[in-house]
Design a protein around this ligand. Structure first.
Ligand SMILES: [Zn+2]
Length: 402
């Protein structure tokens, strides 16, 4: 798997135009609730060389800023972005700081709630001890984002804002998952050569199909590895299936990942496989936990009419895409249809058609193959007659997060 991790950034580099890596600098700040010193990470630069997943996750090459900048006070659990923490200790008792707007303003009730710890507890980490010997300091990114969503809700943040943070928590599960669970024995020299040849071939194929988004290219490569696994010679079947499945995990294509597990079962010793499969299923379920929280918040914001125009259209699409990833096909389909009737930004319509197309296939791997591949340059209905279609300009500037 280490080999794959070396190859993919190379493929991404070939496709990317920007070349800045993510850099962060650590600053000493103080908790605005209890005054505890805390090191926060300030982003100095980042990039989107990894492209964008279809649920709008912009992927940096290197560290992901949204996973690094959220800080949790190790003492009381207050969670925020760097601007939410006091720059000087004398401000710790001040509450609202002149010049900082309301960023640091916390009411007495809010402070009490935070210090009491009643609301601030990672929802999926019920066994994390509060103020125990290992309190909030070592939380993974997704748990800090969970804490942030709760803190922002406590401070009166609107539903869409909170939903957006829960979506980031889901992304943090995705980006933080290490595919070690799918790694078998280290590939031999011959196996590496074979795999490199396939990755090169599929990347070129993606280019011919008009894919310019590195995330799309990786998903395409993974799907081709999965669909080609059965016909791969000898021991390369397992190699192809394992690397394809790990790419599905990396991009949160849960249905295709879970479908591929059956192919992998006989690739590992019977004593190892149940544990690996269980770890994968648990990571999928954790990502889905946050996707459900995000979906519910976005739906509430849409129902309240607090989103308008293009933002409402993008959010409607996003809800559909989250539901697709949750395996809720009919609901996703209805959202995609709704979004298509709205003022969607240029480029997003193709995404909506392709994602809606996938739902119509019972086999999620086949759905990805047919809807992303054959239709990359044209309308994405699988039942459409095989007439030549007018080419659609490939998307070069993916839509921004709503
Ligand atoms: Zn604190």
């Amino acid at each position: 798997m280490r080999f794959l991790l070396r190859v993919l950034p190379l493929l991404v580099l070939l496709l990317a135009t920007a070349a800045l890596a993510t850099t962060l600098t650590s600053e000493q700040r103080f908790c605005p609730v209890c005054g505890e010193p805390i090191a926060v990470q300030q982003p100095m630069s980042t990039n989107d060389m990894g492209g964008q997943d279809r649920d709008l996750l912009r992927r940096a090459h290197g560290a992901q800023v949204f996973m690094e900048v959220v800080a949790t006070c190790g003492q009381c659990g207050f969670t925020g972005w760097p601007a939410d923490f006091d720059e000087t200790k004398r401000r710790k008792r001040g509450g609202k700081v002149p010049g900082d707007g309301d960023e640091l303003a916390l009411t007495a009730d809010q402070r009490q709630s935070i210090q009491g710890g009643a609301l601030l507890r990672p929802e999926s980490l019920s066994d994390v001890p509060f103020r125990a010997e290992a309190p909030y300091g070592d939380l993974p990114s997704w748990a800090r984002l969970d804490m942030l969503a709760q803190t922002v809700a406590l401070r009166g943040g609107d539903q869409e804002r909170v939903a957006d943070i829960y979506l980031q928590a889901a992304w943090a599960v995705r980006m933080g998952y290490h595919p070690v669970h799918l790694r078998g024995a280290e590939p031999s020299e011959a196996q590496r050569d074979w795999l490199f040849g396939r990755l090169t071939e599929f990347t070129e194929q993606a280019g011919e199909l008009g894919m310019v988004n590195p995330a799309d290219v990786e998903v395409w490569t993974g799907v081709r590895l999965l669909t080609g696994a059965e016909s791969a010679p000898g021991d390369l079947r397992c190699l192809s299936a394992a690397y394809g499945a790990s790419l599905m995990r990396s991009h949160g294509e849960h249905a295709a990942l879970l479908e591929s597990l059956a192919t992998l079962e006989d690739c590992f010793p019977p004593t190892e496989w149940p544990g690996k499969a269980q770890a994968i299923r648990e990571s999928v379920e954790l990502e889905r936990h946050y996707q459900r929280l995000a979906r519910d918040g976005f739906v509430a914001a849409l129902d309240q009419g607090s989103l308008e125009g293009e933002k409402a259209a993008i959010t409607t699409y996003l809800v559909g895409e989250i539901e697709r990833r949750l395996g809720e096909g009919p609901a996703a389909r209805a959202r995609f249809d709704e979004a298509l009737a709205m003022a969607v930004p240029e480029g997003l319509e193709l995404w909506i058609l392709q994602q809606r197309c996938q739902i119509q296939h019972d086999d999620p791997v086949l759905g990805l193959l047919l809807c992303r591949g054959q239709s990359a340059r044209g309308p994405a209905e699988p039942q459409a007659p095989a007439e030549p279609q007018a080419p659609v300009e490939p998307q070069s500037d993916p839509p921004a997060t709503p």
